[in-house]
Design a protein around this ligand. Structure first.
Ligand code: ZN
Length: 610
């Protein structure tokens, strides 16, 4: 053991004791418990993922002991316990069931162990601000002899990547340092003067050198935007490669990512595939959060109250601005070219323009209600809500172009980010609601209240066509050419026949074509079709997901076609009146026949000064 453990108010120990049963064993020693009866609780949510998850539900057989005697524990609510009054050191022991493969929770089997502190560590009331130690032990048995540890947690008495003692300054830091154990692939590069590790779990054949080279460029792009890295000793990208998956969660000195192994770059391949571009965008997004949301934060998050929902209307700035810079950094760092970036941007515009919910919910309301709406989406989501990620990123784009234009290219959104870092993130000062909006008015040098009233608190579409023109980019809208058309490119149909669509999202089903989402006022909804219906025949002939669209497009606009569909187990007939598909699919083009000032503005926007 470490020589003087008394300096640690709480000493945790965690062992993946039973990987086959997905059980971690945790102990927690409290040296000076509250003599009136020590309270303990598990978080209800994890920062960065705004949904109540009640991590206490996975805590099994919690026991307390003092002086070799069992101590009574009383459960006070769904997440809180209280020990009987006691003045001696208390040892708590419990197990946590860990079988959720996501970046937000904990997962343990015979191949690896992963946990977020919020899923495994009890909060000791009254000791949240005290230093704590964490003893990380390997599972028992020869088959685990080659397991290592990847985490950004501070070493106390452990080798780098080794099992042993780690430490955290307080509970907030403890639960913001996820840990991976196993036989991951490891590579390291340097950026901002500190080592950055990439640890990949899961079978893969990734070109680690290329990944290091590209991530180094992205990290340096963000570091030079903010001017410096926050004070951290090392940064860790914890990546879980699976067959099909996508997700990321930001932390103060690391990020947990879930990706498809097909998105990793292969040895000997040098093109940026769509999948690799998606992965780099995700890494870029989470790394940008190292400043924006992990340190530049809403005042409501200082400190985090992990026992219940914490509302803020500001997530557009933390997720939207981050979503704007994630792909922008790919083109600014030279990893992708302008055409590739415009394709990504147009796909984001398409996602926003396709949701009728954007006229019913504002981005500010989407942020405030994320706990019950954005994070709990059902089949109505496209009709009822807007995403503060996608529309938030378009607000950021519009602001960036507005600032550049208003200041004759002397200032940009980058200046806001630097200001937020210097004045708020670095000194640990939280942002009051609407404070960013006031700062932006100052930066632009004009009252921006109308902009926010229209696009953030209101539900108007952003004036992107006009704004993109200032940087010599042409904005086009067309009809979707198929249900799988994500936008970003001109239409590939050469005939001039207008496209017809159902006004629904469709998935394959063994019985036919399953409607997963039915859009407001589209032909499907007008005919009475609903989400969950399975279309089995069109005009009396059997159909499925693969041929439904093609067959619909063999009719003319204003034709009415009979559709047979199962609702539950009842066969129903609907009359589908066909209409032209809406112009909701965007693509962008560089327009070089514009004034020199527009070309210069574009180069400045993309950090590509000639
Ligand atoms: Zn994010």
């Amino acid at each position: 053991m470490y020589n003087d453990m008394s300096e640690f108010a709480v000493q945790y120990q965690i062992t993946p004791t039973n990987p086959e049963a997905h059980l971690f064993r945790i102990s927690c020693v409290i040296n000076k418990p509250d003599p009136a009866g020590q309270r303990l609780s598990m978080p209800a949510w994890i920062p960065g993922s705004y949904m109540i998850r009640d991590f206490a539900k996975n805590v099994i057989s919690l026991d307390a002991e003092a002086n070799g005697q069992r101590l009574e524990l009383e459960k006070l609510d769904k997440s809180t316990w209280q020990c009987a009054p006691c003045t001696e050191p208390i040892t708590l022991t419990y197990e946590v069931y860990a079988w959720d493969l996501s970046v937000r929770t904990a997962h343990l089997d015979t191949s690896h162990a992963y946990f977020n502190g919020t899923s495994v560590f009890l909060r000791v009331h009254g000791k949240e601000d005290k230093r704590c130690s964490i003893d990380i032990l390997p599972p028992e048995g020869d088959s685990y002899a080659d397991w290592r540890v990847a985490t950004a947690m501070s070493l106390l008495k452990a080798e780098l990547y080794g099992f042993g003692l780690y430490q955290a300054e307080n509970y907030d830091e403890l639960v913001d340092q996820p840990v991976e154990m196993g036989t991951f692939t490891l590579a390291t590069f340097e950026a901002g003067g500190i080592p950055h590790d990439i640890a990949i779990t899961g079978q893969h054949r990734a070109d680690m050198n290329r990944l290091c080279k590209d991530l180094e460029k992205i990290c340096n792009t963000h570091i030079s935007l903010f001017g410096e890295l926050p004070t951290i000793k090392r940064y860790v990208f914890l990546i879980m490669a699976v067959g099909d998956g996508y997700g990321g969660l930001e932390h103060r000195a690391s990020t947990s990512l879930l990706c498809s192994r097909n998105d990793l770059p292969l040895d000997g391949e040098d093109v940026v595939t769509d999948g690799y571009r998606t992965l780099l965008g995700l890494c870029s997004h989470e790394y940008f959060h190292t400043w924006n949301v992990k340190r530049i934060k809403p005042a409501a998050f200082i400190p985090y109250d992990l026992s219940e929902e914490t509302h803020t209307a500001q997530l557009w700035a933390f997720e939207g601005i981050t979503s704007y810079y994630d792909d922008l950094a790919l083109v600014r760092s030279g990893i992708i070219d302008l055409a590739s970036y415009l394709e990504l941007l147009a796909q984001t515009i398409t996602r926003v323009w396709r949701g009728q919910g954007r006229f019913k919910q504002s981005v500010a309301a989407s942020s405030f209600d994320t706990w019950t709406k954005f994070y709990k989406q059902d089949e109505s989501a496209p009709n009822t809500i807007v995403s503060y990620y996608t529309k938030g990123s378009l607000i950021a784009l519009a602001l960036d172009l507005t600032i550049q234009q208003a200041t004759n290219n002397q200032k940009s959104l980058d200046d806001l980010m630097r200001l937020l870092w210097q004045e708020y993130g670095k000194p640990g000062r939280g942002l009051a609601e609407q404070e960013i909006e006031n700062l932006l008015s100052e930066l632009v040098g004009q009252d921006m209240r109308e902009f926010f009233a229209n696009y953030l608190y209101g539900t108007q579409d952003l004036p992107l066509e006009k704004l993109l023109k200032t940087v010599g980019i042409k904005f086009h809208l067309r009809a979707a050419s198929s249900v799988d058309d994500k936008g970003g490119k001109p239409a590939d149909n050469s005939n001039n026949k207008p496209v017809i669509n159902l006004g629904a999202r469709v998935a394959a089903d063994p019985a036919g074509a399953l409607l997963t989402h039915v859009f407001d006022n589209g032909p499907a909804q007008c005919a009475g079709l609903a989400a969950g219906d399975i279309i089995v025949a069109l005009d009396g002939i059997r159909t499925n997901k693969e041929n439904l669209e093609k067959r619909v497009n063999r009719y003319q606009i204003n034709d009415t076609v009979s559709v047979h569909a199962f609702r539950r187990d009842e066969l129903c007939e609907f009359m589908l009146a066909l209409t032209a598909a809406p112009l909701d699919t965007c693509y962008l083009e560089v327009n070089d026949s514009v004034e020199t000032q527009n070309v210069t503005a574009r180069q400045r926007w993309l950090n590509q000064t000639p």
